[in-house]
Design a protein around this ligand. Structure first.
Ligand code: AMP
Length: 413
C-alpha cells in the first residue's frame, strides 16, 4: 500500500456542517457591510511578491518568515497572499477606482497563507473577512469601519470582546520616534530578550509586544509615540474617538498596541476576545494606511480597513448553528422501478422540492430505514403495483399514480 497522503500541516478541511456555519457568517457580514455601502471584491490568490514585501514591510515576520513565495515557470516571483489590504489597494489603482465617488468601500471573504506555527486559532491557510475604504482621510471613515466590525462581532454573539485603540501618526513623526526608541532600547540592551535585542534596528516597536518579563519592565518607561505626535494627528485621533463615543461603542486606548504589518499610519485598532487564548485573542483589527498606494506606485491615496479571522470569529461566536431545511420527499423503489423513481426525484427537485433517492442499492426495507433517518415528511415507494405514498405527519398511506406524487405532496389533489 502507498503511504497515506494527508493535508499539509496547519491546514484543515471544511466539512458540510462547518461550511453551513461559514455560509451563515458570510451572509451576516454581507448584510452588515452591504447596508453601509460596501461592495464585494475578490482578488487573485497569488500576487507579485513585491506587492507584499514593499507594503507589509521587509522587516516584518510576515515577509521575513511567513510568506509562501515561489518562482513560476517564467521565473516571476509570486506569493500566496498573506493579507488582503495590499491586493485590494492594487485593484483600486489598477481599475481606476479613484474616478468613482470617494471613498470606495469594498469587502472580501478570502483565504490567506502564512507559514506560522500551527496551533488553536492559528493556521497556515486561514480565512478572513475584511473591509477597506479607500480615498478619504476623514476620521469618520475610521470610525465607521470600526463600528461595522463591532456590529459584525455583536451579531455573531462574540463573547467577552474588547475594542483597543491606538494611533501611530504619520511617517515623519514615526521615523523620529523610532530613532528615539532605538536609542532607549540600546541603552537597556542587557535587559532585553535576545529576539528584541537582535531586532532593535529592524523593528524596535515590536519590543512593546514582547512576552519576555525583563523586556516588559524595560518597556514600562520607554518613550511613547503618542507623546511625540504632531497636533493634526492627535486631532484626527480625537475625532475618531468622539465619533465612536457618538455611536456608543466603548473602547480602551492602548498606546503600546502594535500590529504585525508596517503599512499602518494614524488609527490602529483591535477587537480582542477574552473567550480565546491570550496568544490568539485578536478576533480582528486594522487601521489606516495613508501611504500604501504610493508604496506600490500609485498616487497618494488615503485608506483604512480591517480584517477579522473567520476561524476565531466562529470560535468566539454564540450564534446558533444554522438548521438545515427539512427533506420533503424520500423516494424508495423496487429495482424494476429505478428509472421511474429517478425521474420523479429529478422532477421534484426541478420543481423546488428537496428530495432524496436511494443511491446504494439497499432493499426496500433498508430504504425505508434511510427514509425515516432523513426525517423526510413524505415517502414514496415505487413498486410494480404503483406508488405508495406515506405522509409521516399523519394520514393514511395512499396508492397514487407516479405522475401525481408531487400534486399530492403539494396538497392540490
Ligand atoms: P492580521 O492580518 O495579521 O492583522 O490579522 C487579522 C486577523 O486575522 C487576526 O486578528 C486573526 O483573527 C486572523 N489571523 C491572522 N493570522 C492568522 C492565522 N495564521 N490563523 C488564523 N487566523 C489568523
Amino acid at each position: 500500500m502507498s503511504a497515506k497522503i494527508q493535508a499539509p500541516r496547519g491546514t484543515y478541511d471544511v466539512l458540510p456542517p462547518g461550511a453551513a456555519e461559514r455560509a451563515q457568517l458570510e451572509s451576516t457580514a454581507a448584510k452588515i457591510l452591504g447596508r453601509a455601502g460596501y461592495g464585494r471584491i475578490e482578488t487573485p490568490t497569488f500576487e507579485a511578491t513585491p506587492l507584499f514585501s514593499r507594503t507589509v514591510g521587509e522587516a516584518t515576520d510576515v515577509v521575513q518568515k511567513e510568506m509562501y513565495t515561489f518562482p513560476d515557470s517564467s521565473g516571476d516571483s509570486l506569493t500566496l497572499r498573506p493579507e488582503g489590504t495590499a491586493p485590494v489597494v492594487r485593484a483600486y489603482l489598477e481599475h481606476g477606482m479613484h474616478k468613482e465617488p470617494q471613498p470606495v468601500k469594498l469587502w472580501y471573504l478570502s483565504s490567506f497563507f502564512r507559514y506560522e506555527r500551527p496551533q488553536a486559532g492559528r493556521f497556515r491557510q486561514f480565512w478572513q473577512i475584511g473591509a477597506e475604504a479607500i480615498g478619504s482621510a476623514d476620521p469618520a471613515v475610521d470610525a465607521e469601519l470600526i463600528v461595522l466590525l463591532g456590529e459584525l462581532l455583536e451579531a455573531l454573539g462574540a463573547r467577552d470582546t474588547k475594542l483597543v485603540l491606538a494611533t501611530l501618526g504619520q511617517s515623519e513623526a514615526r521615523a523620529a520616534y523610532r530613532e528615539e526608541l532605538k536609542a532607549y532600547l540600546r541603552a537597556h540592551e542587557d535587559r532585553l530578550s535576545p529576539e528584541v535585542r537582535d531586532r532593535i534596528d529592524l523593528n524596535p516597536l515590536r519590543a512593546f509586544d514582547a512576552k519576555h518579563e525583563s523586556t516588559q519592565r524595560v518597556m514600562v518607561d520607554a518613550p511613547r509615540l503618542i507623546d511625540r505626535l504632531p497636533q493634526e494627528d492627535l486631532d484626527h485621533f480625537e475625532e475618531v474617538k468622539a465619533l465612536l463615543d457618538a455611536a456608543d461603542l466603548p473602547y480602551e486606548v492602548d498606546t503600546t498596541l502594535v500590529r504585525g504589518l508596517d503599512y499602518y499610519t494614524r488609527t490602529l485598532f483591535e477587537f480582542q476576545s477574552g473567550a480565546l487564548e491570550a496568544a490568539q485573542n485578536t478576533l480582528g483589527g486594522g487601521g489606516r494606511y495613508d501611504h500604501l498606494a504610493e508604496q506600490i506606485g500609485g498616487p497618494p491615496t488615503p485608506g483604512m480597513g480591517w480584517a477579522a479571522g473567520v476561524e476565531r470569529m466562529l470560535m468566539a461566536s454564540t450564534q446558533p448553528p444554522p438548521v438545515a431545511p427539512p427533506v420533503e420527499l424520500y423516494i424508495a423503489y423496487e429495482p424494476s422501478q429505478k428509472a421511474n423513481a429517478f425521474r420523479l426525484a429529478a422532477d421534484a427537485r426541478r420543481a423546488g422540492h428537496s428530495a432524496r433517492l436511494e443511491l446504494a442499492g439497499r432493499s426496500v426495507k433498508g430504504q425505508l430505514k434511510q427514509a425515516s433517518r432523513s426525517g423526510a415528511r413524505y415517502v414514496a415507494v415505487f413498486g410494480d403495483e404503483g406508488v405508495q405514498l406515506r405522509d409521516r405527519e399523519g394520514g393514511e398511506d395512499k396508492v397514487v399514480a407516479p405522475e401525481t406524487v408531487m400534486h399530492h405532496i403539494r396538497g392540490d389533489l
